[in-house]
Design a protein around this ligand. Structure first.
Ligand code: SF4
Length: 691
C-alpha cells in the first residue's frame, strides 16, 4: 500500500528576531508531500526564556513561510527582475567584480553582512572581503546600533560587550534602564525586569519618554534627548561631592580618577539640570541609590548610542559604573541590550572594517600576519570603510560594487534619499534576501537566501551566549545559506578560501582563530544551552560575568567626557525634535515581522507619537493625518496623541517602508564610529486634510 506515512520531529533552535536569544523548537512534519513546518513552541528549560516567547517569537513561521520568498536568482532588466540560473548569476557577478578589481582595485568593493545571519555566514562574509576581494571594507548594521558600545567599552574596560548575564536581573538590588525600552524591544528580558520589580528590586529609568518601565520606576529621569553625558557627569559630581565613590575598587583596579574628578568638579545636579531638564533632587536621589546599592546593574540601548556623542555616552556610563565599583560582580555591570538576534555574533566575527574575528585589530601587524598565514593569502593593511563610508565613497565615485545580505539600509539607515541615490550609482549591487526588500529592489542581482530554519549554525545573543541554530527544513527552491553562495562567488573568482563542506567546519576554523571562542565546539554547545564567551583554556565552561578579577587591559580606564549638543536642535522652521523608536510587534526593517498577519493586525502602519500640548497647538485629534518634514524630506502618516512623549518631542518607529522615518533622520555622525544621530533631528508637523 502507498499510504502516506507522516512523521514529525521537534528541532531545537533559537528565535531569529531579537538579541535576547530565546530558545524555541520547530515542529516539522515529513510526508510524501515533503517537509513542512507544523508548529512552534518555546523551549521549556532554556536558561533565559524558560518556556516563553514573545509575540514576535511566536510569529516566526510567518517570517520563513512567506508566500513571496525569493526562490531563484534574479537579474534586473529594463522590464523588471527576471529569474536566471545560479550559473548565470555567478558568472555575471564574477565578471563585474573582476572588472571593478582591474579598474579600481579592492577598495572599490565591499560587503555588508547581516546581524540576522549566523556566525558562520558572517565569518564567511568577512573572509570573502578580506581573503578573496582583499579589502577590509566589511561592515553590518551594528554600525547604526551598537558600534559606539564596541568602541567605548573597548577603551574603558577592554571588551565591548554586555559585562554580565540576563540572569543577573534577578540577583541585583537596583536596575538602571538607560535609553532602552526592553518591554517593547527585548520583551522576554523586559518581563524579567517587571518580575524583579514586583519582587522589590529598585528601578531607575532614564529616558525622554514615559515608557512602560518608566511608569513603574522608583525614579524616572526624563532627560532631554542628547543630554546623557551632562546627566551622568551630574551624577558623578554628586557621588564625588558626597564621597559615595568606591575608593577601594578605584584604587585597586582603575586609572584616571583624578582627571575624571576634575572634569566633573564644575558641575552638579543644579548645573546639570539646565542641560538635561531633570530636577536636581531626582539626580541626587539617583546618585545616592546607584552608588550605595550593594549591587546595581545598568542596562542600556540605542538612546545612548545613536547620537553624535554615542561613543562618549557609552564611556560616561562606564565611568559611572567604575566610579561606584558596580562591575565585575553578580548583579552589576554595564550591559548593552543588543538589538538583533546575532548582532553580537556579527561583531564577534569581525564584520567590522577595523577588526578581524574576536576584535583582533587590523592595525596590528602580528594579527594581520596571523590571518594571512591561516588563510594563505596577503591581506589589506588598512582598516576599511564603514557602511556609511561606503555610501559616501559611492557618491564620490570611489566605490562601485557592494555585496549585501539580510539588511535593508534603504529603510534602516539615515537620510533615505541619499541612501537610494548611492545604491543607484553602484555598478554592481548584489543582495541576498528571503523576500524583496526596498534595498533588494535596487539590486542588479537578487539571490535567494536560506532562512535560519533552513541551515545549521550559531547565533550569539546579547549576553555573549553562543547557541546552536539547526536546520529543520529544506530551503525553498534554489535558496542557499549565505556561506554557500559566498563560496560560489569566491570559486567563480578563482579562490578556494570558502570551500567548506558544513557550517561546523566553518565554526571550527573560526574558533581556532578567535581566542574568545577557542574553547567552543558544536558538541560543547550542544551539551549546554550554549556557552558564553570568552570560552577558552582559561574558562572552558565560558564566562557569565566579565572582569571579575581583571580587565583585559589590566586597569580599567576612567575617561573624562563632555556634553555635546545634538547636531540639529529644534528651531523656528522645524520646531520639534524627532526621535525614532521601535514597537513590540515589529522588528527592524519589518521584512520578517511584517509577514505576520497577527503582528500586522496590531500595528499595520507608521505612526507619529505627539504630546497632547503640541497636538492641541496644531489642532490635531487622535489619528489625524499629518505631514512630518525635516531638512531632508517629508512623509505622511497619522498622529497618536500620547503623553508618553513630552512636549517638544515627537517619536516615530522606523519599521514601515510606507512611512519611513529615516527619510527624515539626520546623517550627522559620531566622529569615532560614524554612528549617525538617529535619535534626534528637527522636524515640523503639519495637519493634513482628513481623508
Ligand atoms: Fe524572540 Fe526576542 Fe521575543 Fe525572545 S524576546 S521571543 S528572542 S523576539
Amino acid at each position: 500500500h502507498d499510504m502516506d506515512v507522516s512523521t514529525s520531529q521537534a528541532i531545537t533552535t533559537i528565535c531569529p528576531f531579537c538579541g535576547v536569544g530565546c530558545g524555541m523548537t520547530l515542529q516539522v512534519q515529513q510526508s510524501g508531500a515533503g517537509t513542512r513546518l507544523s508548529g512552534i513552541a518555546p523551549q521549556l528549560n532554556h536558561p533565559i526564556s524558560r518556556g516563553q516567547l514573545c509575540a514576535k517569537g511566536w510569529s516566526t513561521p510567518f517570517a520563513i513561510d512567506a508566500a513571496d520568498r525569493i526562490k531563484t536568482p534574479l537579474r534586473r532588466t529594463p522590464g523588471g527582475f527576471q529569474p536566471i540560473s545560479w550559473a548565470e548569476a555567478l558568472k555575471s557577478i564574477g565578471e563585474s567584480i573582476r572588472t571593478i578589481l582591474e579598474e579600481d582595485g579592492p577598495q572599490a568593493l565591499g560587503v555588508i553582512s547581516s546581524a540576522r545571519a549566523t556566525n558562520e555566514d558572517n565569518y564567511a562574509a568577512q573572509k570573502f572581503a578580506r581573503a578573496v576581494l582583499r579589502t577590509n571594507n566589511v561592515d553590518h548594521c551594528a554600525r547604526i546600533c551598537h558600534s559606539p558600545t564596541v568602541a567605548g567599552l573597548k577603551q574603558t574596560l577592554g571588551s565591548g560587550a554586555m559585562t554580565n548575564s540576563a540572569s543577573d536581573i534577578e540577583q541585583t538590588d537596583l536596575i538602571v534602564v538607560f535609553g532602552a525600552d526592553p518591554t517593547e524591544n527585548h520583551s522576554i528580558l523586559g518581563g524579567h525586569i517587571l518580575r524583579a520589580r514586583e519582587q522589590g528590586t529598585r528601578l531607575i529609568v532614564v529616558d525622554p519618554r514615559k515608557t512602560r518601565l518608566a511608569r513603574i520606576a522608583d525614579l524616572h529621569l526624563q532627560l532631554r534627548p542628547g543630554s546623557n553625558i551632562a546627566l551622568v557627569n551630574a551624577l558623578l559630581a554628586e557621588i564625588f561631592a558626597n564621597n559615595w565613590q568606591a575608593d577601594q575598587f578605584l584604587d585597586a583596579r582603575c586609572e584616571g580618577l583624578d582627571a575624571l574628578r576634575k572634569s566633573v568638579a564644575r558641575t552638579d545636579a543644579d548645573a546639570g539640570a539646565e542641560v538635561t531638564g531633570v530636577a536636581p533632587e531626582l539626580v541626587r536621589s539617583a546618585a545616592r541609590e546607584y552608588s550605595q546599592a550593594k549591587k546595581a546593574m545598568i542596562l542600556y540601548g540605542m538612546g545612548v548610542t545613536q547620537y553624535v556623542s554615542g561613543t562618549n555616552n557609552v564611556i560616561a556610563l562606564s565611568n559611572l559604573a567604575l566610579a561606584c565599583g558596580q562591575i565585575g560582580r553578580p548583579g552589576t555591570g554595564v550591559n548593552p541590550l543588543r538589538g538583533q538576534n546575532n548582532v553580537q555574533g556579527a561583531c564577534d566575527m569581525g564584520c567590522l572594517p577595523n577588526v578581524y574575528p574576536g576584535y583582533q585589530a587590523v592595525a596590528e601587524e602580528e594579527i594581520r600576519n596571523k590571518f594571512a598565514r591561516a588563510w594563505q593569502v596577503s591581506v589589506a593593511e588598512h582598516a576599511g570603510l564603514t557602511s556609511l563610508g561606503m555610501t559616501l565613497a559611492t557618491l564620490e565615485d570611489k566605490f562601485r560594487g557592494l555585496i549585501l545580505f539580510g539588511e535593508d539600509p534603504v529603510v534602516t539607515d539615515p537620510d533615505q534619499t541619499r541612501e537610494r541615490r548611492a545604491l543607484d550609482k553602484l555598478d554592481l549591487l548584489v543582495v541576498a534576501e528571503l523576500t524583496m526588500t526596498e534595498t533588494a529592489k535596487q539590486a542588479d542581482f537578487v539571490l535567494p537566501a536560506a532562512s535560519f530554519a533552513e541551515k545549521d549554525g550559531t547565533f550569539t545573543n546579547c549576553e555573549r551566549r553562543v547557541q546552536r541554530v539547526r536546520k529543520a527544513l529544506p530551503p525553498p527552491g534554489e535558496a542557499r545559506a549565505d556561506w554557500q553562495w559566498l563560496g560560489d562567488i569566491a570559486r567563480e573568482l578563482g579562490s578556494d578560501a570558502l570551500d567548506w563542506e558544513s557550517a561546523e567546519e566553518i565554526f571550527d576554523e573560526l574558533a581556532a582563530l578567535t581566542p574568545i571562542y577557542s574553547g567552543m565546539t558544536y558538541a560543547g554547545l550542544d551539551r549546554e544551552h550554549g556557552l558564553q564567551w570568552p570560552c577558552n583554556k582559561e574558562a572552558p565552561q565560558g564566562t557569565a560575568i566579565l572582569h571579575s578579577d581583571r580587565f583585559p587591559i589590566g586597569r580599567a580606564r576612567l575617561i573624562p567626557v563632555h556634553h555635546v549638543e545634538i547636531d540639529e536642535p529644534a528651531d523656528d522652521e522645524f520646531p520639534l525634535v524627532l526621535t525614532t523608536n521601535r514597537l513590540h510587534f515589529h522588528y527592524g526593517c519589518g521584512s520578517m515581522s511584517r509577514k505576520s498577519p497577527l503582528l500586522e493586525r496590531e500595528t499595520p502602519d507608521g505612526i507619529l507619537f505627539i504630546n497632547s500640548f503640541d497636538a492641541h497647538n496644531l489642532s490635531l485629534s487622535q489619528h489625524s493625518p499629518v505631514k512630518v518634514s525635516s531638512r531632508r524630506g517629508f512623509i505622511e502618516t497619522r498622529a497618536i496623541i500620547s503623553d508618553e512623549v513630552p512636549a517638544g518631542l515627537v517619536t516615530m518607529p522606523y519599521h514601515f517602508r510606507e512611512a519611513p522615518s529615516n527619510r527624515l533622520t539626520n546623517n550627522a555622525m559620531d566622529p569615532v564610529t560614524k554612528m549617525p544621530e538617529l535619535k534626534a533631528c528637527a522636524v515640523r508637523v503639519e495637519p493634513l486634510p482628513a481623508d
